[in-house]
Design a protein around this ligand. Structure first.
Ligand code: 5GP
Length: 115
């Protein structure tokens, strides 16, 4: 794992292309896009992993899909579709230790979700 880049972005210590933010989530463009549109949905509060999400956080995390929908609408890909990916832990391929969800679209994605 590398240092928490997303906390640095949220604190304004590192530049990012922010496409949307509200009290709970920021949506930023991935620095190394894997599709024509590759956004990262990042909670403002730091969660190292899914394990840290407790009952009190469930309503907030329930909103992540509304945030994804809004980001997809703003990116103009809500009708054609997109893929949400959440990497967890080492085998899941997680690199940045701050919970985040990937939103990929803007082109037809391959049939495989793992390789
Ligand atoms: P993970 O593999 O942890 O699920 O995904 C981390 C993502 O963060 C990767 O897709 C990577 O390209 C992206 N990323 C790494 N460093 C930065 C950065 O400094 N800024 C932005 N916007 N994205 C980053």
């Amino acid at each position: 794992m590398i240092e928490d880049i997303f906390c640095e972005i949220l604190k304004g210590e590192r530049k990012a292309d922010v496409v949307f933010k509200d009290k709970d989530f920021w949506v930023i463009k991935d620095i190394n896009p894997q599709a024509n549109i590759h956004l990262l949905i990042v909670p403002v509060n730091h969660f190292d992993s899914i394990k840290e999400i407790k009952e009190k956080d469930e309503a907030m995390f329930g909103r992540i899909f509304q945030v994804a929908d809004r980001a997809a609408i703003e990116a103009g890909i809500d009708e054609k579709g997109y893929r949400l990916i959440l990497n967890e832990g080492q085998d899941g391929g997680k690199v940045v230790p701050h919970f985040h969800m990937h939103l990929l679209g803007g082109n037809k994605l391959g049939p495989k979700i793992v390789n």
